[in-house]
Design a protein around this ligand. Structure first.
Ligand SMILES: *Cc1c(COP(=O)(O)O)cnc(C)c1O
Length: 406
């Protein structure tokens, strides 16, 4: 079976990727909604004041999340950096002007040790030090973090508590919020990949999180390099102050559109570029994200999940027919994530190991990416989220073609 849909990548001579992994950044995230791409193109046709557009986006984010204020960033990681910067500097313009240097400035962010992960560089980029709390269970009965374990780590240096909403532990956001708020500390939630379900848009804010970071390039299917922050207006405002380009005569600054995002009158003068300047968001990204978020809000989540489920089942039933492969469905009952097809490779009858098969698929043109994370157990996984039906058939076809001796 041939598979060739001509793309702009063919014109520049590089292979495209058939993505059976999911919305991973290194293989270019999600497929943007066509309406978002069209919005980006149209956004490029005229000029706009970015603060006007950010205020408009803020209204949409506010409606979607129930937060007081929203702000579009170039990715959830950037949203976390700006959120951290906001918690360190707040509205103190002396500190805003010196980040990421935090000598003599309280800048510790607490995080459950079990939540630590490679995205924490986003917090450190603002100048924060991460301080761990809680221990992992080694079968000794330590199943969860106790409130006192957070409390004993809070010092005069603490500016925020971070919470990563991935199912690493049972740690409850409610408890973390309660302890943090008892000490007047804001809670920053990394919810980059926690959509769907849509209800997570409001859940963290409902529980009392002060700043929540979402990715715009994952399930929202906006531009890959977008994300958004939702939260308390004083903190989102402080984040905007660190991000919005300035550089204008004093006379016109205070009366300008930035006044919608932060209190220009309270500043000593026109702000200089803050730490967010290198995380620019253009009018195209802004309108792309706004358009995609609107469509995401209207999407029938159950229908989408049924489609993923059907595709995963189709993959499983086709792979079952192939000697040496044994597929099974994962997460079929979990409507928060896509049903995926986990495939066990019997090297003896397939004539190839899982690892070698994964390599062969990646070396093809177009490259085929299946999830490799369990290759040492002779497993690979197909995630249907970023695959069209035709691509799925092609992937199955190429898996079969790549069995046996090379
Ligand atoms: C994807 C992800 C991020 C980064 O999101 P971007 O929008 O790519 O910047 C941060 N944290 C977690 C847990 C993620 O899964």
């Amino acid at each position: 079976m041939a598979f060739h849909e001509s793309t702009i990548y063919d014109e520049v001579g590089i292979p495209t990727v058939i993505n059976a992994v999911g919305e991973h950044t290194r293989i270019s995230g999600t497929r943007m909604r066509p309406e978002a791409a069209e919005a980006m193109r149209r956004a490029s046709e005229a000029h706009v004041h970015l603060a006007d557009l950010q205020s408009h986006a803020s209204e949409l984010i506010t409606e979607a999340t129930g937060a007081e204020m929203g702000y579009v960033t170039n990715g959830a990681a950037a949203a976390l950096t700006l959120a951290t910067a906001a918690c360190i500097a707040d509205s103190d313009y002396r500190i805003t002007n010196q980040l990421p240097h935090t000598d003599g400035v309280p800048s510790d962010v607490l995080v459950a040790r079990a939540h630590r992960n490679e995205y924490e560089v986003a917090f450190r980029a603002a100048g924060a030090d991460l301080v761990g709390f809680g221990l992992n269970d080694l079968g000794s009965g330590i199943e969860d973090v106790e409130p006192w374990e957070i409390e004993t780590q809070i010092t005069d240096e603490t500016v925020a508590v971070a919470f990563i909403d991935r199912p690493f532990t049972e740690l409850s956001l409610e408890m973390v919020v309660e302890v943090a708020h008892d000490h007047d500390l804001p809670v920053i939630v990394d919810a980059a990949a926690e959509l769907p379900p849509k209800e997570n848009l409001t859940r963290y804010i409902d529980v009392g999180a002060d700043l929540v970071a979402f990715s715009g390039g994952k399930a929202v299917r906006g531009p890959q390099a977008t994300g958004f922050l939702a939260g308390r207006s004083d903190l989102v405002s402080a984040a905007a102050l660190q991000h919005l380009p300035s550089g204008v005569d004093d006379e016109f600054w205070a009366a300008g559109p930035p006044a919608k995002l932060f209190d220009t009158d309270s500043l000593p003068g026109v702000p200089r570029h803050g730490i967010g300047r290198g995380m620019k968001v253009g009018k195209e990204e802004l309108l792309g994200l706004i358009t995609a978020l609107r469509l995401f809000l209207d999407e029938d989540e159950e229908q989408l999940h049924r489609e993923w489920d059907e595709r995963a089942q189709r993959a499983a039933s086709q792979l079952e027919e192939i000697d040496g492969l044994e597929p099974q469905l994962s997460n079929a009952d979990d409507t928060r994530v896509a049903t995926t097809t986990l495939v066990s490779v019997d090297e003896h009858s397939a004539g190839v190991s899982a690892t070698e098969l994964i390599h062969r698929l990646r070396d093809e043109n177009p490259r085929i990416y299946v999830d490799e994370s369990q290759h040492e157990q002779e497993l690979f996984r197909i995630n249907p989220k970023c695959l069209t039906g035709a691509e799925l058939d092609y992937v199955i076809d190429r898996i079969e073609a790549n069995l046996g001796d090379a």
